[in-house]
Design a protein around this ligand. Sequence first.
Ligand code: PRP
Ligand code: URA
Length: 220
Amino acid sequence: MNSTNTYGTITSLDGGLHLLNHPLASHIMTHLRDKTTKPATFRTLATQLTLLLAIEATRQLTLETKLVETPLEKYMGDILKQNPIVVVPILRAGLSMVQPFVDTFPDVSIGYIGLERDHETAKARSYYCKLPALHDRLVFAVDPMLATGGSACQALTLLKNSGAIRPYFVCIVAAPEGYAALRKEHPDVPVYAAALDRELNAKSYILPGLGDFGDRLYGT
Ligand code: PRP
Ligand code: URA
């Protein structure tokens, strides 16, 4: 990766990978990584981090002006224009990232893509897909872990084949290998992550990582 650019609470690498750069995000990440963190706390931390990511990934939302009255005088302010957003979690772990989008943005619809990695081959198998209309919408694929990139690439291809023009990918931890794979197959897709980790191990788990996100989330 060549160019680094920091703006606000985001550091952008290579123009395509946007990393959270905020003390609160670092604090939450460390507790998520801690193996003694219990599922209930893990879920809360994942929600908090996703809210930070959602705020950063939606900077391009458009505004329109609206005249309101404060208790003292008239005020011409900005409000969100209608920005139809579609959030598509990759099941199952991606479900943990849906609520912050739904709670924060008024015009959200949700699609679902079910993918599961074979633990031996690390290849993703598709088992479910239900998507709303994607054309002319701002589409966010969400999945906490970008490891080999196989699941993300497959999901993004599915979204594009279903009408998404320039979907975004939002994750919590990205591995360099996964980001490289995604960049190669989907160079147009902006990626937002809370952390870029060191590498994958022989079983394609992210190091230092946080283990199996789905298992830690659901206590399985
Ligand atoms: C995890 C994770 C991603 C995938 C990432 O899901 O949530 O979907 O692995 O790995 P990749 O980049 O190598 O494809 P998993 O298959 O473990 O399913 P789960 O969400 O049901 O736990
Ligand atoms: N999926 C996970 O949940 N964790 C990893 O480290 C890699 C893939």
